[in-house]
Write a protein of this length. Structure first.
Length: 199
């Protein structure tokens, strides 16, 4: 019979398991490996992962929640470094890009490897909502200051969609020297800022 584990031991092993799983998910996708292979990577018995998680989807949800929380922490910290709306928007945007390019595997797991039953994983739902809020938190102040006009939530999501599209193209190696990432982002921000400016 397995011995009882302390809270710290459980937490530490869950972290190790999620680290190993994140690598496998990024390399092979959701169906590309078994929990037996994951256990072998960790040097534990085939049944050990089941002491901590129900199944592979449970692990994937935990891995994605961790990534969303790291992402949100970075954006929240960037938000707090500035006080005026424009500087805050720029700081949050730069933090978004730093995360995407520093942790491309995590970024892909967050946004490209969706789970059809995400609502069944409360930790993932909370982390996703936290990240979503950080991406649009600075926009109401831009509207209040008269820099943008319109629905702040919609404006935030339009900018998010544009940034995400450019990031994915860069990560996929689909951009050219003539239309490189920096030029595309600069022009995207210019066009959207002009489009959302008060008439």
């Amino acid at each position: 019979m397995p011995r009882a584990l302390s809270t710290n031991e459980i937490s530490d092993f869950r972290e190790r398991l999620c680290d190993a799983a994140a690598t496998l998910f990024a390399a092979r996708g959701r169906e590309g490996f078994s929990l037996r292979e994951l256990a072998a990577e960790l040097g534990v018995s085939a049944m050990t992962p089941y002491r901590y998680f129900k199944d592979k989807d449970d692990i994937l949800a935990a891995v994605r929640a961790r990534a969303f929380n790291r992402f949100a922490e970075l954006l929240e910290a960037a938000y707090e470094t500035k006080s005026d709306p424009v500087s805050r928007a720029n700081a949050v945007g730069q933090a978004y890009l730093r995360f995407a390019f520093a942790e491309p595997a995590s970024y892909r797991l967050m946004f490209d490897l969706a789970q059809p039953d995400e609502a069944h994983y409360p930790e993932l739902v909370r982390a996703t909502e936290r990240a979503r809020a950080t991406m649009t938190r600075h926009v109401p102040a831009l509207v209040a200051r008269g820099i943008f006009a319109g629905d702040p939530e919609l404006i935030g999501h339009v900018f998010w969609s544009a940034i995400h599209g450019a990031v994915v193209l860069k990560l996929a190696g689909k951009l050219t020297d003539e239309c490189d990432f920096d030029r595309i982002i600069a022009e995207t921000f210019r066009a959207l800022s002009a489009g959302f400016a008060p008439r």
